[in-house]
Write a protein that binds this ligand. Structure first.
Ligand SMILES: C[S@@+](CC[C@H](N)C(=O)[O-])C[C@H]1O[C@@H](n2cnc3c(N)ncnc32)[C@H](O)[C@@H]1O
Length: 220
């Protein structure tokens, strides 16, 4: 599968991205798709040697998916979750061989269970966490941490100067975050963050899983 970008196709995707942003700016969270350098910086945080699935959250027009493929990660290891039906169509058409699930990141565990995906080594997120209410953000990050294996990592970019996962959520889930890189040639400039449990063997059954269970019970 070619990961080369043809200018006309790329322009069409950028226009459709802008259109989706105009309809729902908070849900999209950016005016333009992630640039090549940002996508490469995100993908650089994924362990090449470890086994396991790579879950991309909020695939948008597929630029991070393209970078994962370009970096040589096996196509069968990649699963994209995208809530917006129009973006879901864009990625499914751009990468017909990649598994692209239409769904909400808050349902991540169920989505992966239904798709038969087990061991996850990385969750790579383009979700607009800064415009998502704290309660939902907590649920999404908890879901991500609950599906990761013990050495797994949650990778997230932000256009802001600080961690896109708030201190209260990090504390509640027992997570450690650090800025892995700055990407100054992205529009706008961005930073890539990585998060792991303080308690390295947290996995399912760790503090994050308990938070997910509590949230699920409350909303049931
Ligand atoms: C900043 S855009 C992603 C840009 C993407 N990396 C690209 O290059 O096109 C954020 C994406 O997250 C999706 N999204 C927002 N909330 C979501 C959620 N709760 N679950 C799944 N996808 C979500 C939006 O529909 C949008 O496609």
């Amino acid at each position: 599968m070619s990961t080369k970008t043809r200018p006309a196709a790329s322009l069409r995707r950028n226009i459709s991205f802008l259109g989706r942003w105009l309809r729902n700016p908070k849900a999209v969270g950016a005016v333009v798709p992630s640039g090549k350098s940002l996508a490469a910086a995100m993908v650089a945080e994924v362990d090449r040697d470890a086994e396991g699935a790579i879950i991309e959250l909020g695939g948008g027009t597929g630029n991070i998916t393209a970078a994962l493929l370009h970096a040589g990660f096996p196509i069968d290891d990649i699963t994209v979750i995208e809530r917006d039906p129009a973006f879901h169509r864009v990625i499914a058409q751009r990468f017909p061989e990649v598994r692209v699930l239409q769904g909400d990141a808050v349902d991540l565990r169920r989505l992966l269970r239904d798709a038969g995906i087990g061991k996850v080594k990385a969750v790579v997120s383009s979700l607009p966490l800064l415009s998502i209410p704290d309660r939902i953000c907590l649920q999404i990050v908890a879901e991500a941490m609950a599906v990761l294996d013990e050495n797994g990592v949650f990778i997230q970019f932000t256009y802001g100067p600080a961690s896109p996962v708030s201190r209260s959520i990090l504390t509640r889930l027992g997570l450690h975050g650090r800025r892995a890189s700055w990407v100054m040639d992205n529009i706008p400039p961005a930073a890539v963050w990585r998060y792991r449990p303080h308690h390295a063997a947290a996995g399912i059954g760790g503090p994050e899983a308990e938070v997910v269970e509590t949230l699920h019970k409350r909303s049931a």
